[in-house]
Design a protein around this ligand. Structure first.
Ligand SMILES: Cc1cc2nc3c(=O)[nH]c(=O)nc-3n(C[C@H](O)[C@H](O)[C@H](O)COP(=O)(O)O)c2cc1C
Length: 187
């Protein structure tokens, strides 16, 4: 089973990355083959809006560090996406990445029952972390879960809330949730 993880926090040892590590470590123990991309140290551009992926070719015209990441998402069984909430949204790094997934969408996506250039029926895992309470920013996660539904994926979500800059004991329930979902998906 192949898993591709897109890590969108700039902090390699922050809350979001730690929870993602909890999921991926458990999945690896269960035998999954893991590839991770830490966006903050990668060299890539956001979508240029050229639409050549709709009119001339079936992939993004840009060639940069996201090129293999997009390819790995297409060939993976489980896609993991992780970002903290920054100003009521995902991080800029993650948004830049996500815009590039536009190249995976077919030109006739509005009417095509198979609207994307990847197999339907993949599993996805969404990991987010925020300082505020649980009630806040659910709509941000729901929005991305909706986009992933267009990609044919069913998404499991882990939303860590009340998280500060330091890693503390309060991360424990979210780590446990990540490990539980890893067992559900990879055992
Ligand atoms: C630039 C910036 C903007 C942030 N904006 C929000 C926000 O809008 N809402 C919120 O609840 N937390 C916000 N936070 C707090 C982070 O989401 C929170 O501390 C998160 O756990 C950090 O994840 P990390 O450890 O993976 O970096 C912000 C933090 C930063 C650095």
């Amino acid at each position: 089973m192949k898993i591709t993880a897109i890590l969108g926090s700039p902090r390699k040892k922050g809350v979001t990355s730690e929870i993602a590590k909890g999921f991926l470590t458990r999945a690896k123990t269960n035998g999954a083959d893991i590839t991770s991309y830490f966006l903050n140290t990668m060299d890539f551009k956001g979508c240029q809006g050229c639409h050549l992926c709709k009119t001339q070719q079936e992939s993004c015209v840009l060639t940069d560090d996201l090129t293999p990441a997009l390819g790995d998402l297409v060939s993976s069984d489980i896609m993991v996406f992780a970002s903290p909430i920054y100003f009521w949204e995902v991080t800029g790094q993650f948004k830049c990445f996500f815009d590039r997934t536009w190249s995976l969408v077919k030109p006739d996506y509005m009417t095509n029952p198979h609207p994307v250039r990847m197999d339907m029926g993949k599993k996805a895992v969404w990991i987010s972390s925020q300082g505020d309470t649980q009630e806040k920013y659910k709509e941000v996660v729901d929005k991305y879960v909706g986009f992933l539904a267009m990609f044919g994926a069913k998404t499991h979500t882990i939303r860590a809330f009340g998280m500060g800059n330091e890693l503390g004991q309060d991360i424990a329930p979210f780590m446990a949730q990540a490990e539980k979902i890893a067992d559900q998906l990879t055992k």
